[in-house]
Design a protein around this ligand. Structure first.
Ligand code: SF4
Length: 294
């Protein structure tokens, strides 16, 4: 694998790698540090075919899947970054650029490489694959990797709103997705983990709260609320904090586990939905430091 990277450090302790592959394509990884452990958020595609409207990567369209070497290079970079800091790479999440369940040629071998005891030795329970819900790929995934966690980008519990926010996911409607996830839970015992980006006036109202509560009521589910991170030129705004807090409290009152994601990395445009090579170039020009963290 012949790819090089430039590293940007943010004041919150997160570090972004801006990769240039041998064919000139760009992709990114983000390392988020905690006290004694770190999380790597890595990419599996250059761009993404699904075009979610809140996502910078989705604006690119799909360029290509990354190779297994390119995926594992991101983990090697993270280990190198942590060096002698006394922090170990514990979690690896496939939440960067691309839809992992549409890049199966790289996903399986990359997961096996990350778990390999002769190399990264990441325990499968600390691996998480984030998907927008590619229904037909869910069962093959958990049959092969039953201990690896699955996170589902939900963002709306009403079909027409989800279609508007995530137009590339129309082939996998909620009416098919939820039963597939129920089967995943029954087979693996994992709690259902959903990501929900909070966008002011779009999906954070009473109606959407009621729909989300109704969809998940009675299920063993965890909803991670993600403050929307507007990319340059975005028309939407993040939900105000009091709205986000009230939304979370209402979920809890309904018996649904809920957390709010700390948006580590947004100072260097490394937070969820902010990974695009176009922005990489801008940011790298402004503040790059040469290659020397949930
Ligand atoms: S949110 Fe995920 S699935 Fe949607 S466009 Fe972005 S990278 Fe693709």
């Amino acid at each position: 694998m012949d790819a090089s990277c430039t590293t940007l450090n943010a004041a919150d302790g997160s570090t972004k790698a801006l990769w240039t592959a041998a064919d000139g394509q760009h992709f990114e990884s983000v390392l988020i540090r905690h006290k004694t452990r770190a999380t790597l958020c890595l990419s599996i595609q250059v761009g993404c075919a699904l075009g979610c409207r809140f996502c910078s990567t989705g604006r690119l369209g799909l360029v290509r899947d990354l190779s297994v070497d390119e995926v594992l290079a991101q983990a090697a970079w993270a280990v190198g970054q942590l060096g002698d800091e006394g922090i170990r790479l514990r979690n690896v999440v496939f939440m960067g650029m691309g839809e992992p369940l549409l890049a199966l040629g790289a996903l399986g071998p990359a997961l096996r490489g990350l778990m390999d005891q002769r190399s990264f030795e990441i325990a499968p329970r600390y691996l998480c694959v984030s998907t927008c819900g590619v229904v037909n790929a869910i069962e093959p995934f958990y049959r092969e990797f039953p201990k690896v966690k699955l996170a589902v980008s939900l963002h709306a519990a009403r079909q027409d709103l989800r279609d508007a926010l995530m137009p590339g996911c129309r082939s996998w409607p909620l009416a098919d997705l939820l039963p597939a996830l129920d089967r995943y839970q029954e087979a693996t015992g994992h709690r259902l983990f959903f990501e929900y980006i909070m966008i002011a006036g779009v999906n954070d109202g009473e109606r959407e709260l009621g729909e989300l509560t109704a969809l998940l009521k009675g299920r063993d589910a965890h909803v991670n609320l993600i403050p929307y991170n507007p990319a340059p030129g975005a028309v939407w705004k993040p939900s105000p904090r009091p709205v986000l807090d009230a939304f979370q409290q209402a979920l809890r009152t309904a018996g649904i586990v809920s957390t709010v994601r700390r948006s580590a990395g947004d100072a260097i445009a490394a937070a969820c939905g902010q990974l695009t090579p176009g922005e990489i170039c801008t940011i790298a020009t402004l503040s790059e430091t040469n290659c020397p963290r949930l």
